[in-house]
Design a protein around this ligand. Sequence first.
Ligand code: PMP
Ligand code: GLU
Length: 431
Amino acid sequence: MHPLTVSTAIASMKESATLAVSARAAALKAEGVDVIGLSVGEPDFDTPQRIKDAAIAALQQGMTKYAPTPGDAAARKAIASKLRSENKIPVEWNHVSITCGAKHAIFMALTCLIQPGRGDEFLLPTPAWVSYKPLIELAGARCVEIPGLIENGLCVTPEQVARAITPKTVGILLNSPSNPCGIAYRPDELRAIVDVISAHPRVAVLSDEIYEKLIYPEITPGLTHWSPGSDPRIADRTVTVNGMSKAYAMTGWRLGYVASPANGGAWMKELIKFQGQLTNNVTSFALPAIVEALTNCADDVERMRCEFAKRAAHVHRLLSKIPEFTTVAPNGAFYAFPDIRRCIGKITPRGTRLNSAHAFSQALLEEHAVAVVPGEDFGTCAQTHIRLSFACAPAQYEKGIERIANFVTSLSSASPESAAHEAGSSARERC
Ligand code: PMP
Ligand code: GLU
């Protein structure tokens, strides 16, 4: 029989590392292994009750039919009003579309922005979330990584952005607060990057602000969120993506949104046309839950944010006690992203040589039952990092970090020409 075709675009695409590690941890757990899962970026809180109630009421009232492709007017108006008042982004309700998670929004936005076969380049400050690069490439552009160095707090500088822009650059993907870095850019830092972009009218900005509510002035005093789409110089070429998953603990609901005033609303019309052919509307009876979340749940968000802020400080204290790790203090999202280069090249008690962050994470999972995400898929400059999520009970991450510390202590040195050295220095050279 002739084998079924898998297109090169899909065959060459990497599996999502975050989801793969989490699936492996879940499988080990199902086998009875006491796995500590620090891999998935998913709040451990339940969705606030009033959000659930809004969906239940809508379901009971028979909101079970197709809705307009971008969502109903009530939910789109709630989103536009939030974007105008909180983010100062000049959008009307018909500049908004509600999507099956932020991932779907990013996919559609990139597919609209990139012209395959033209040699388009899309800039990506790294370390960056695992799905951006595959989606940029699927849309037909070359992904140009801009490395955020640990000495710059994992942030990229305006000078780096300026150097990366070429006549082929069609866009830049910004994500503050950042997954996996667990850091938020200060508004002045982001504005300085926008200063550079504003001089290049062909460069679109795709701003993924899904962690905007999870920032910690408790760690960086005065820290606030700033939306690039609020800057009048680039507002009409900025596409803002956000969603319900993180701030409202709604990962399983699959609700995101995308908004842009570009081309007087004509750009969104094209994206909505695409969505109509792809998925149509999100689950109809979830739409009133969005309105409830955005209009009545600020206290719930703040309660969860405060808890994440405490955990961010706590996790940083615990990780700082591991001398082999270098960690930037997390001040946004719910991730710590230590540089583990001093462990690379070492050997575990079972004789496994840790040639990479991937090998480190695998041995940690198999030998000490802790699941973390290795850095490789977050970008070239992230190759000697691991990502830990603290979106879990403190008892869980405390136990997990204790096991990590024991694992690191148990490692023995390899010969000087170890792969450690190679992996560490080659990653540094590329940065
Ligand atoms: N952007 C970032 C930075 C993320 O971490 C995630 C995590 N899932 C997403 C987008 C997608 O979120 P969702 O599809 O659950 O809305
Ligand atoms: N964004 C989360 C993470 O990075 C959820 C998994 C995913 O979609 O990648 O872990």
